[in-house]
Design a protein around this ligand. Structure first.
Ligand code: SF4
Length: 359
């Protein structure tokens, strides 16, 4: 069965190139929100398009894609990233939709990796194109990667992604193993009741057999169809109990970064790491250090933001670096305290679905 990749229009993604570090901009200010959280992590969606149709994300027919003329060009993304880093961002993660669908991705990574104070450059991908791209991504300067994979069974993979591509994703992961500069290799499995339970031990075995950190992420109300149900949330605590009952005990990894979204565990002999990301059952908003930039140039200060802050139009209208920095600063000053998933009527769905935010 051939599935057409939603080809992206070839844009003039001219990037200056070169290996020397980029000059820092001369903007001033620091990204600290009203709850004294220092914002150091910027997630940049570089496309809203995807070649998978995961049921917890988008409908079978896909979504109305962004028009290509409002999608940020690579030079625009690099400019905003540089300003963000000069305001305190230290980690950048490229997301989508599916970012590997954007032609020239390695050249964007190469340019971003030239930003002086940037400490980590990562990518979230469905892994479909990794076998072909892993080498170029490593050579370009990618340092970390998250591969989305919710099951190790072919029929269930097809059921959840509506695509028959499990082997391609596993082959992509194997290809990554040949590039030690991209570490850790994180495998993110969205956990859902009556779906994930029978894969839990298989994932635990994979974590011991392969250099992958397996992370289970609780199902969040970010699907485009609006079908999320609390009953379908399989909590990290429940998955940990399954591993400890049916496989092996887990011990917490010492010295974890408090603003990390996942709680990491190892097996007693130290072989294999398992992480739990529990935004529903154990929200971690109090230490949130993240903001997002959408593919069409909007700042979202929370995954569940209703409001957005436009950078694209002012930038294309000739705003200076400091004027753009001021938009970042104003947005962060109004960053939401937390999500309200557990607050009944108070909870409002995000103004965009996951594939349009980028996780
Ligand atoms: S829900 Fe919003 S505030 Fe909470 S951790 Fe996620 S992005 Fe941060």
């Amino acid at each position: 069965m051939t599935i057409a990749l939603p080809m992206l229009l070839e844009r003039t993604e001219a990037l200056p190139g070169g290996s020397e570090k980029l000059q820092s901009t001369d903007v001033h200010g620091e990204l600290v929100d009203g709850f004294d959280r220092h914002i150091e992590d910027l997630r940049i969606s570089i496309t809203d398009r995807c070649n998978f149709r995961c049921t917890y994300c988008m409908p079978e027919e896909g979504l109305q894609w962004l028009k290509s003329d409002i999608v940020l060009t690579f030079p625009e993304i690099v400019r905003l990233a540089r300003i963000g880093v000069d305001l305190g961002i230290r980690e950048i993660r490229l997301t989508g939709g599916e970012p590997t669908l954007r032609p020239g991705l390695p050249s964007l990574i190469r340019e971003l990796s030239r930003i002086p104070a940037l400490e980590s450059l990562s990518l979230t991908t469905n892994g479909f194109l990794l076998r072909r791209l892993a080498g170029d991504l490593a050579e370009a300067g990618l340092t970390r990667i998250n591969v989305s994979l919710d099951t190790l069974q072919h029929d269930k993979f097809h059921q959840i992604t509506r695509r028959p591509f499990l082997d391609q994703v596993l082959a992509g992961l194997e290809e990554l193993e040949r590039h030690p500069t991209i570490r850790p290799i994180k495998v993110n499995a969205v956990a859902m009741r009556d779906f994930t339970e029978e894969d839990v031990v298989a994932f635990a075995r994979l974590a011991r057999r392969k250099p992958y950190v397996i992370r289970f992420i609780e199902f969040m109300p970010l699907d485009a169809d609006g079908n999320w149900e609390r009953e379908r949330v399989l909590s990290g605590r429940e998955i940990k109990a399954i591993i400890e009952r049916d496989f092996m005990p887990l011990v917490p990894v010492p010295g974890q970064n408090p603003s990390s979204t996942s709680r990491l565990y190892r097996f007693p002999d130290g072989i294999g790491e398992i992480g739990f990301i529990n935004p529903v059952s154990e929200p971690f908003c109090a230490t949130c250090n993240r903001i997002r930039l959408t593919a069409d140039g909007q700042i979202r200060t929370c995954l569940f933001s209703i409001e957005e802050h436009d950078l694209r139009r002012p930038m294309r209208a000739g705003a200076t670096d400091q004027e753009l920095a001021d938009i970042f600063l104003r947005a962060v000053a109004h960053k939401e305290k937390k999500h309200r998933i557990n607050e009944g009527e108070q909870f409002q769905r995000a103004s965009r679905s996951m594939s349009q935010i980028g996780g």
